[in-house]
Ligand binder design. Structure first.
Ligand code: MN
Length: 262
């Protein structure tokens, strides 16, 4: 069996006086542990090869990072906005749309969840503390793998099927969040203050999961529910390409395309 090839979106930035391209290693480790072959795709000046790339990969991970330019969802930038990365926004929006057209499984993490929502027509809170203050601190001064708040998961959801629980403690490293949900998406998880922490697709155009927390930061804890998010992505990628014959029930996104909202 050939392992699925998983595109992981990366960044270009200047570090220690040198422009570098990369991604946080937790994504690479989590995909590899799940049986996928990680392929880091940083933004570059040439956006043309998106279609050629998508013809060759079996899954897409949209990773965490800087704020999306609010012009992509019809707003003007808040003074608290982090500096956007136009090349990365363009690349990831093109990858998302192309992946959905092809039925390629998509996992969005943090900014990746937000990008899915924006790409499909939704909007964001540009700065939670000032625009939507609540009881939960979503960006506490804690290590990236500190489980700092509770997430409640919709029982009838792909996410719940994957992680096997309706409640878990997560890390939280974000100052933005989904405001208006895109019409083709469904909420699947929430923090105690109502902030959306999980999404999936309403349609049957392929596996799609977004989480607002960072499951890749628990790559060193292979038994964690977080690792099952990556395992499910890689399994869906393999099934789409017919790389493995999995007996039993068809996947959820083929079983129940018309479910009611959560
Ligand atoms: Mn959070």
């Amino acid at each position: 069996m050939t392992a699925p090839l998983v595109a992981i979106t990366g960044w270009c930035r200047r570090l220690d006086g040198l422009e570098r391209a990369g991604v946080n290693a937790g994504y690479v480790r989590s995909v590899a542990r799940a049986g996928g072959i990680p392929l880091v795709v940083p933004p570059s000046q040439a956006a043309g090869p998106v279609a050629a790339l998508l013809d060759r990969v079996d899954a897409l991970v949209l990773t965490g990072g800087a704020d999306i330019d609010p012009r992509h969802y019809g707003q003007t930038p808040s003074p608290r906005l982090q500096r956007p990365d136009p090349a990365r926004d363009e690349l990831e929006l093109a990858l998302l749309r192309g992946a959905r057209d092809r039925g390629i499984p998509v996992l969005g993490v943090c900014r990746g969840l937000q990008l899915i929502n924006v790409g499909l027509g939704g909007t964001l809170w540009q700065d939670l503390p000032s625009e939507r203050p609540g009881a939960v601190n979503h960006d506490p001064d804690q290590p990236r793998d500190a489980r700092v708040h509770t997430v409640r998961v919709q029982p009838d959801s792909l996410l719940c099927d994957i992680i096997g629980t309706t409640s878990l403690e997560t890390n939280s490293i974000h100052h933005q969040a989904i405001r208006d949900l895109a019409p083709s998406l469904r909420e699947t998880a929430w923090a105690d203050d109502g902030v959306i922490e999980g999404i999936e697709a309403r349609d049957s155009a392929g596996w799609l999961v977004g989480v607002q927390w960072h499951p890749e930061e628990f790559a060193a804890q292979p038994d964690a529910a977080d690792q099952r998010v990556f395992a499910s992505l890689v399994q869906a990628a393999g099934e789409r390409r017919g790389l493995s014959a999995v007996p039993g029930r068809p996947p959820r996104w083929e079983r129940a395309p018309g479910r009611s909202p959560g």
